[in-house]
Write a new protein. Structure first.
Length: 418
């Protein structure tokens, strides 16, 4: 199985000018050619996306997608895993799709995935489709989570994922998202899930619930722990949920509220400043070898743990001391180490449970195959055009690599004023 996985990655690596054997031998390999990283990220994204989008676009996702869970889990994930895979994948791929189609090779590729996404959306919310997805019923609380990731995707790519849809698909999608209102969120980051769905309604001019929109933001302000980090509920957890959910959703919800005149610039600036500080911390967490500390739960989301940093790069909000190219280089090495680990994909190209490779015990009871597609959010910077400095500037070392190589740098300080 490992050999088959290794061989399946050879075209991916070769097309990007990467020697896969040298990567396996030396975990600290860097990307030397500045044009390689973007091509590599796109190939990683499409490799992750293909099994989900190709099957769902034909109404065959439920028929063909495996449902892997930790054997010790007693939870039935078979009803919710499909929306997990689709919603989470779309949240990550949306910024790249929003660049739209053009006559370039990449632009034509985007056109293909935009078309696939439209077909997938139609199946997901059509009660007559074999791939109609579970959005509601109190028994399946998980539906709220992944409906919100889908709503986040629509917010991130309104021109490509929402506006071109037919009136029927739009109506079905609104109905599906509204049906999640019967689900009671838990008293933690889940409050932002209901807020994200209401933010989507606000953005498109649909009826929305202002309390559901605002409540999660206000509670997270109360749960703020300092130095750019929120509690996941009243308690502090040393995990990556500030990146998986909290900071990105705070930014996206606050952005919609600002543009809709429901909040002021000072409100958005505070959310932004905290997200920027958290991104700076995340950049420092990436070791010279392209690893980050495996702490906390949900590590099977792999490089989705870097969504916070990647979103701030996408929004061009990196602090002055962090250059876009150093973030690109650091994230590329992280992605390479994780995506190319033997066992990351099964024989049919589906993601498997694990942090670095196939590690079934890394899957908590709520983790199944669909959950794993949150890794796509670690690729948000593909929403920056290829001419952007993030992609076009020469390779640069990131903070940890500079410091461990003895380079003199200013000391880091907590953002006490936030």
């Amino acid at each position: 199985m490992f050999r088959r996985h290794f061989l399946s990655l050879l075209p991916l690596a070769a097309a990007s000018g990467i020697n896969l054997k040298s990567v396996a031998a030396s975990p600290a390999v860097s990307i030397e050619k500045k044009t390689d990283s973007r091509k590599y990220w796109i190939r990683v994204l499409t490799k992750i996306a293909d099994p989900v989008l190709l099957n769902l676009s034909e109404g065959k996702l439920k028929a063909n997608m495996p449902v892997e869970v930790n054997p010790t889990s007693t939870l039935d994930r078979s009803k919710v895993t499909y929306l997990e895979a689709f919603g989470r994948l779309m949240a990550g791929i949306a910024p790249w799709l929003e660049l739209g189609a053009d006559d370039t090779e990449e632009g034509k590729l985007r056109a293909k995935y935009i078309s696939l996404s439209h077909k997938c959306l139609a199946h997901a919310v059509n009660p007559a489709s074999p791939d109609y997805m579970q959005f509601t019923a109190q028994k399946y609380e998980q539906a709220l989570v992944d409906a919100s990731f889908l709503a986040q995707a629509l917010i991130r790519a309104p021109k490509q994922l929402w506006e071109p849809l037919s009136a029927e698909v739009k109506a079905n999608l609104i109905k599906a998202l509204k049906s999640t209102r019967v689900i009671k969120p838990t008293y933690n980051n889940w409050l932002l899930f209901m807020g994200m769905i209401e933010a989507f309604f606000l953005k498109i001019g649909e009826e929305y619930d202002v309390v559901r929109l605002d409540y999660g933001i206000k509670k997270h302000f109360e749960w703020y722990k300092g130095d750019g980090i929120y509690g996941d509920g009243p308690a502090f957890h040393f995990d990556y949920y500030n990146s998986f959910v909290i900071q990105p959703m705070m930014m996206d919800i606050a952005g919609v509220m600002l543009e809709s005149g429901k909040e002021n610039k000072a409100f958005y600036a505070l959310v932004q400043e905290r997200a920027v500080r958290y991104a700076a911390i995340q950049e420092r967490l990436i070791s010279p070898e392209g690893t980050f500390p495996p702490t906390g739960r949900s590590l099977a989301y792999r490089f989705g743990a870097m969504q916070g940093l990647c979103q701030i790069a996408l929004l061009k909000m990196l602090p002055p001391e962090i250059k876009p190219a150093q973030v690109r280089e650091a994230l590329t090495l992280v992605i390479k180490r994780m995506i190319e680990a033997p066992g990351t994909f099964d024989a049919n190209g589906w993601l498997t449970i694990g942090f670095c490779g196939h590690q079934i015990d890394m899957g908590e009871s709520y983790i199944s195959t669909g959950s794993l597609y949150l890794c796509s959010t670690g690729l948000l910077a593909l929403g920056l055009p290829k001419e952007d400095p993030f992609w076009s500037n020469a390779p640069a070392d990131w903070t940890a690599r500079k410091l461990w190589n003895g380079i003199n740098m200013p000391a880091d300080h907590a953002a006490a004023s936030l």
